[in-house]
Design a protein around this ligand. Structure first.
Ligand code: NCD
Length: 305
């Protein structure tokens, strides 16, 4: 079964396959020649956590490719999960209705559990603070498109590195490519978990950690901003204390390379000053658009088409 659950399931070869397919689909989309690869396919999009880009770009991708979608956008409140049904039972039932399941859930490991009983491919659209593989692949696609390479880059990751599932998926994928160095800027409470540091060392990459944003920005090729994940905090005072510690402002732009790009999985809630949107290096809206092409490629990949 071609589940897409974690970035770690991807070899460099399978990453390249998806990125190449995304590029072909993007060109076909702009040329108006997109093949109806998902004709007669039904995809279930079941989200137990809020989403704008991930859910709507997946659903658009299905529709653009000629497939159909059934959707539970507030599955925690509107599906039988509200009555106490397990994620496993939900996955079993959906498997008998549709050809593929796209699922987001607040609990780490839950989408993987759903996949163990599903008889159709399951695509993890984010499970708690754990993984968000489709986001990381669209992030790679964006870096490749903007920089022309995925190697030898200095990647500065800023904000909530503890709970950012997008980074937890992006770091392993970037480690498939040589000579990438990571610079983590966060408050100590939101530092990147040890397992990612161990992974970087094991894969021959390098990293630094600091709280000095201006210095970290100087050599950056990729500036990856994140939102402090309010929904993962049990104590709102803790959230308030850290939420505004690292904000990218116009004055920072002067210290950055002309070739740098600024990324953010979005939504942003104040960590990037909107004045930066006008700068050519602001890549986050282009990044969000790329989600459509990469998610088309992932759907096709998971269905073996
Ligand atoms: C991210 C997520 O859900 O993890 N959003 C997204 O999918 N583009 C990041 C976030 O919510 O902060």
């Amino acid at each position: 079964m071609n589940h897409i659950l974690s970035a770690r399931d991807f070899s460099k070869e399978s990453v390249e396959k998806v990125l190449t397919r995304a590029k072909e689909l993007e060109s076909a989309y702009h040329a108006g020649t997109l093949p109806k690869l998902l004709e007669n396919k039904i995809v279930a999009s079941i989200f137990f956590e809020p989403s704008t880009r991930t859910r709507l770009s997946f659903e658009t991708a299905v529709l653009r490719l000629g497939g159909q979608v059934i959707s539970a956008e507030n599955a925690g409140g509107s599906s039988s999960a509200y009555k106490g049904e397990t994620i496993e039972d939900t996955a079993r039932i959906l498997s008998s209705y549709v050809d593929l399941i796209v699922m987001r859930h607040p609990e780490a490991g839950s989408v993987q559990r759903a996949a163990t009983v599903a008889t159709k491919p399951v695509l993890n659209a984010g499970d708690g603070a754990n993984q968000h593989p489709s986001q990381a692949l669209l992030d790679l696609y964006t870096i490749q498109k903007e920089h022309g390479t995925l190697e030898g880059l200095s990647i500065v990751c800023i904000g909530d590195l503890l709970y950012s599932r997008t980074l937890h998926s992006l770091v392993p994928l970037l480690l498939e490519y040589p000579n990438n160095s990571f610079h983590f800027v966060s408050p100590a409470e939101l530092a990147i978990p040890q397992e990612y540091k161990d992974m970087i060392i094991k894969m021959g990459g390098t990293f630094t950690e600091s709280m000095d944003l201006p210095s970290a920005l100087t050599g950056a090729d990729v500036v990856y901003m994140t939102r402090v994940q309010k929904e993962r905090f049990s104590n709102m005072d803790d959230y308030e204390r850290v939420k505004d510690l690292f904000i990218l402002k116009s004055e920072h732009l002067t210290t950055m390379k002309d070739s740098a790009i600024i990324m953010h999985p979005l939504p942003r809630v104040g960590e990037i000053d909107p004045a930066i949107d006008l700068d050519a290096r602001a890549a986050y809206f282009r990044q969000a658009e790329n989600g459509l092409y990469v998610r088309m490629a992932l759907l096709v990949h998971a269905l073996g088409l």
